[in-house]
Ligand binder design. Structure first.
Ligand code: ADP
Length: 184
């Protein structure tokens, strides 16, 4: 059973690694960023509520993403495992997730922190050129990461759930290290 939460700054390569791992394990890749971007494209009520936060590099309010994740993890394709990418992003979300996984009887998750130095992250994001990848928005997303999301490293470390992977290597090397760490 593979249940993995990916942590790491924006631009760490979470999305790419999460997608590959999900494919290899034949389990769903659940990216809150992807779900929110799809909601913007489809102009759903969720998209309308999330847009202004995403455009500025701010976090979407906890309650919105929590409902989204609860709905997604309740679908039957999660029975054989899942990869969470982009959630949790705040300690509140992490506490919510812990309770949700208990309720759904989906415990035993591993948490992988993908470590990449700041200057590499900024260079990668500028190269990527997504709509919310302007320099100002990137800077704000990194600030938000530091204040809101980085505390999750301690949160999961103190629960003995944290595994670390060096994200500053080639895609193949990261994938290989990731597989080794998850299997251990
Ligand atoms: P990146 O990892 O490159 O920052 P994501 O695709 O994970 O990008 O997220 C893009 C945006 O979606 C974030 O900047 C934020 O506004 C919103 N978002 C995604 N996941 C969450 C979450 N768990 N909580 C709050 N906002 C979120």
């Amino acid at each position: 059973m593979t249940r993995v939460i990916f942590l790491g700054p924006p631009g760490a390569g979470k999305g790419t690694q999460a997608k590959t791992l999900a494919n290899d394990c034949n389990i769903p890749h659940i990216s809150t960023g992807d779900i929110l971007r799809q909601a913007l494209t489809d102009q759903t009520p969720l998209g309308a509520k999330a847009q202004s936060f995403m455009d500025k590099g701010e976090l979407v309010p906890d309650q919105l993403v929590e409902e989204m994740v609860q709905e997604r993890l309740s679908l039957t394709d999660t029975n054989s495992g899942w990869i969470l990418d982009g959630f949790p992003r705040t300690v509140n979300q992490a506490v919510f997730l812990e309770e949700l996984l208990h309720k759904l009887n989906q415990h035993g998750e591993k948490v992988v922190n993908l470590e990449v130095p700041d200057e590499i992250v900024i260079a990668r994001l500028l190269e990527r050129g997504r709509k919310d990848d302007t320099e100002e928005v990137i800077r704000r997303r990194l600030e938000v990461y530091r204040s809101e999301t980085a505390p999750l490293i301690d949160f999961y470390h103190s629960r003995h759930q944290l595994l670390c992977v060096n994200g500053n290597q080639s895609l193949e090397e990261v994938s290989a290290e990731l597989k080794k760490v998850i299997a251990s």
